[in-house]
Design a protein around this ligand. Sequence first.
Ligand code: KIV
Ligand code: NA
Length: 281
Amino acid sequence: NPRKTLLDIASRYNQNQAISMVTAHDFITGRMLEKANIDIALVGDSLAMTTLGYKDTNELPFEEFLYHVRSVARGNATSFLVADLPFGTFERLTDQAVDTCVRLVKEGGVQGIKVEGGNPEILPTIRKLNSMGIPIMGHVGLTPQRHNSLGGFKLQGNSVETAAQIYREVRALQEAGVFAIVLECIPNRLAEFITANIQVPTIGIGAGPGVSGQVLVIADMLGMCDPDDSHMAKFVKGYDGFFKRGVEGLKTYKSDLEEKKFPTEEHGYKIKKGIMDELRK
Ligand code: KIV
Ligand code: NA
């Protein structure tokens, strides 16, 4: 299969077919998304926590992020690849953002970039990136890079003022030319209203069913993180218990070794006739 393009995303949107988006953080998860024919693979900065053990996305060094972007790109040849713009790599705006995006496209191998926030300052930068041929995805509502200002990771847009604010941001992002907008952790009815009143796809996460597509963090949906030290948001649906099954497998391996159930003769190689006889002489 050829790599999906913006036209494939637009055509799914125009035909009212759900757009599937999942994060990937390395070669293997990139390949998993390819095998599952996921439309958009997002190399999200959430990999800072799920894969690198940082405490928030703001700690993620750009070079470490880029290393992960490259590994996803090597593993996935068919999804439309989007990378996040990490905290601290674009806020001085146009020049800094252009430099970072060029690296993500040129060295990282992605087709699009996602940027958090719909504040007026970012809009000329989005236009500039569009003019360079870099498709931009917006992200409003709960924008984790601003968690310190937002007072934590919680529902956004649950008052007249904040709902109107999010709607304004979405309209402005559309105006600036984004090809899709992630709506994170906002009330279902607000997401539905936004989706009905703009002409670009909305990709929900914690935004209910009234959106054009959905995104989940692969480590969350497949249960890749240690359940003992990860809290799962209400909006996550679990599709596997990867970490738990992995630990079970390791425990079985360990007891197999202790009970001499592994390896057995058939996990090894036979030697040609006569060699052992020669050696013993
Ligand atoms: O970093 C990430 O995983 C994201 C998605 C949750 C949208 O930004
Ligand atoms: Na992100």
